[in-house]
Design a protein around this ligand. Sequence first.
Ligand code: OOG
Ligand code: NI
Length: 468
Amino acid sequence: MQPKNKNFVNPSEIRAQFSKHMSDMYRKEVPLYGDLLSLVEDTNQEVLEKSTNTKAHLERTGEMKRLSMERHGAIRVGTPSELSTIRRLFAVMGMEPVGYYDLTPSGVPVHSTAFRAVHEEDLQISPFRVFTSLLRLELIDNPETRQLAKDTLAKRQIFTPRVLELIEQCAHDGGLSQADAWTFIHEALETFRWHTSATVTSDEYKRLHNQHRLIADVVAFKGPHINHLTPRTLDIDQVQAQMPARNITPKAVVEGPPRRNCPILLRQTSFKALQEKVTFSNQSSEAGSHTARFGEIEQRGAALTPKGRALYDELLNASRSELKEFPNEKNAEHYTEILAKNFSKFPDTYKEMNDQDLAYFRYFVTDKGYEALNNTTLPTNLKDLINAGFIEYESLVYEDFLPVSAAGIFQSNLGDNAQAQYKISSNQTDFQNSLGTEVLDELDLYADTQKRSIVKCGEILNLSLFTA
Ligand code: OOG
Ligand code: NI
């Protein structure tokens, strides 16, 4: 999407630059992240050399171009006002809130959304996204700790004065000039930086931490430090297997669907949080420690339709029930077997997934289709055009997150004793009130992209192909 005024920078370019700067900052802060990037890069290279199919698929979908810049980050904010300003900050980079994720059923006192670009052309320029969680203070049961958290958060300002001005200016003018965009990127980065000095005393930290580790992480620091930055791999099992050789210990189980010929949705694994030295406000040197930041990798596959997603949820739930406990180190192998067995019910060719309406696709006219334009009578509906080879399709990549997987990632880094039972559950309305807008439904976005591709085929072939 082009900006309104031609002197303004395309928001997608701001996002691409911001994502690159964030990656550089995080690499300096967490050297292990650099090791992870090179492991992922090596593996991707190997996969592309070995599998010409994968390479051809990624070239046709355009994912090849974005593979090396592909990453997501995660942050946790403390108040509704922080969340709504974060929304406006991400809007400068063309990122909108997509989806609602409730983590309370898994004992994590937050609810979340993902900020990302929504149009396929913009995703192509930069697929950068940020999983953003809001702490639910109402879930802190101890009234004094709740008040301590509230008071501490009320005192902090997580944005620089200049970034606040630029957010305002961009909303008002409809864009930023090159110079302002540059300043914006550097000022915005400050919000996500790691700070070694805490804003609370060691005693207060302990109280917050005893309530829930996550609460200490959100409340005790100057801002919502980026807690991980996740590159995209083409073979997560291979990276997982090679991690130990590079001194990285991954969590026992890869979250999400099992390994397949046609990957679906999202598979993720992470490695343990770093223990970092921090200085509490009553101390003069780095005498304390805090763990929050960790590493994660992901492999992305096809976006599923509501029908496909229902089948995924059913098979995942069946696997979890069969295992009878949370997946962990001891039952990892057994869980992998259960998962593979249950997911054999999920068709594993793109043709079946297309025929059965399980995934979203991008359709395009083939060379044969172009050649036929002037001298052949073409079929008039999509299925027949596909069967006759005039149109082909490629699955759309899943751009979002999975609540059960996200919970698993949170848990693995919070430690097992961090599980809690919350009586209050999902509250999307509350979240949206804090955010200052509604979240977009990711399924609508995939359906829109699919529809645009069918309409375009119709235009090329002079046919009216799209039927709702
Ligand atoms: C977010 C955890 C979820 C993912 O990729 O599902 C997540 C967090 O720990 O803040 O990043
Ligand atoms: Ni993540």
